[in-house]
Design a protein around this ligand. Structure first.
Ligand code: NDP
Ligand code: ZN
Length: 351
């Protein structure tokens, strides 16, 4: 089978591989549509997870099941499915402890294009099919379905990590597709005021639709100063970080109220240290919690999040700004995600 792979750090291309083998609890799927993620960019061009050779890229897509193992109960060949980017081993001790995303080791629930071949391939393998796949509802089109793999669950997990409550003032740093879903999640959770950080017009326009009311540009000086100005010096109750870099945490701590929480879902692709400012962190006693996490993955989350779409509470259409037809466009879509032109939020390729 053909797959679009990371050949080594900084180099990608098409390769031939054996079709994956289906274990008793697994499924083999063929993509209906795939989406490119900023994480693919970190992995391929920044080498953020280290060297990988001839590893097929991609962890976002929806698919048709072509084969299932003998123990799979709820899926059969021909089913159209949502596929989460994170596919934990649900019988692991880590999953039993509530950290499915770390099943088998830190971040090891993230398998596609990390520990095994990803979904930019004619066929791909899904472990624990009953625990990880979800049926694709008929009313969700295959382009929007791709947003349920990672963008929706990751943005919403940022909101969970920040523990957003009714009436909170929330700062969302970064309004690419992940941050946009964090804005949507904050609105659904009852935030009263959502301040968003980002500059691309297409993202600002989408963030307004999802519920952000005020905007800050990180290009206009320190974020924390602008937030303190907007909040009369008080700062915000919660912060979701979905953009920036290692230096963003210091800014966040400086404009977070005592007792506030930061939920980070940004993938820190470079930089050695995350520095926390001592005084603004309450000299160690400010109850300013910093929580960073990979989204949990799995079937239940796919079913619940897709029900927000089928129920009319979440519109995913604004996210997919560039939609292509056919495998031959995968490279173009990947390079678009790296170069982030002004009109791009998310590129999707229908197969
Ligand atoms: P994008 O690159 O599309 O968006 C990044 C956002 O951050 C943009 O709004 C950008 O603004 C803004 N930004 C850039 N530089 C700064 C800065 N210095 N300070 C503040 N904001 C800044 O990314 P995605 O939305 O696709 O992904 C966001 C992150 O989430 C990535 O790191 C990605 O790898 C990660 N991720 C994490 C996952 C998880 O499970 N934890 C899963 C999937 C993705 P501008 O408008 O100017 O471009
Ligand atoms: Zn992703």
């Amino acid at each position: 089978m053909k797959g679009y792979a990371m050949l080594k750090i900084g180099q990608s291309g098409w390769i031939e591989k054996e079709r994956p083998v289906c274990g008793p609890m697994d499924a083999i799927c063929k993509p209906l549509a795939i989406a490119i993620c900023t994480s693919d960019v970190h992995t391929l061009w920044e080498g953020a997870i280290g060297e990988r050779h001839n590893m097929i890229l991609g962890h976002e897509g929806c698919a048709e099941v072509v084969e299932v193992g003998s123990m799979v109960k709820d899926f059969k060949p021909g089913d159209r499915v949502l596929v989460p980017a994170i596919t934990p081993d649900w019988n692991s001790l880590e999953a039993q402890a509530g950290y499915s995303m770390h099943s088998g080791g830190m971040l090891a629930g993230w398998k596609f294009s990390n520990f095994k071949d990803g979904v930019f391939s004619e066929f791909f393998h899904v472990n624990d099919a009953d625990g990880n796949l979800a049926l694709l509802p008929k009313s969700i089109n295959i382009v929007d379905a791709c947003m349920l793999s990672d963008m929706v669950p990751t943005g919403f997990h940022g909101v969970e990590l920040a523990d957003v409550q009714f009436g909170d003032t929330v700062l969302v740093i970064g309004i690419g597709p992940v941050g946009l879903m964090a804005v949507a999640g904050c609105a659904l959770r009852g935030a009263s005021r959502i301040i968003a950080v980002g500059t691309r017009k297409v993202c600002v326009d989408a963030a307004k639709k999802y519920g952000a009311g005020e905007f800050i540009s990180y290009k206009d000086g320190p974020i924390y100063k602008q937030v303190l100005d907007l909040t009369g010096g008080k700062g915000v109750d919660k912060i979701v970080i979905a953009g920036g870099g290692v230096e963003t945490f210091a800014e966040a701590v400086k404009c977070l109220k005592a007792g506030g929480k930061i939920g980070n879902v940004n993938y820190l692709g470079s930089g050695e240290m995350v520095e926390i400012p001592r005084v603004e962190w309450g000299v160690g006693m400010g109850h300013k919690m910093i929580n960073g996490g990979l989204m949990p993955g799995g079937r239940l989350r796919m079913e619940k999040l897709s029900s927000l779409v089928t129920g009319g509470r979440l519109d995913l259409a604004p996210l997919s700004t560039h939609v292509f037809d056919g495998w031959e466009h995968v490279e173009e879509a990947l390079f678009l995600m790296r170069d982030k032109p002004a009109d791009l939020i998310k590129p999707v390729v229908k197969i």
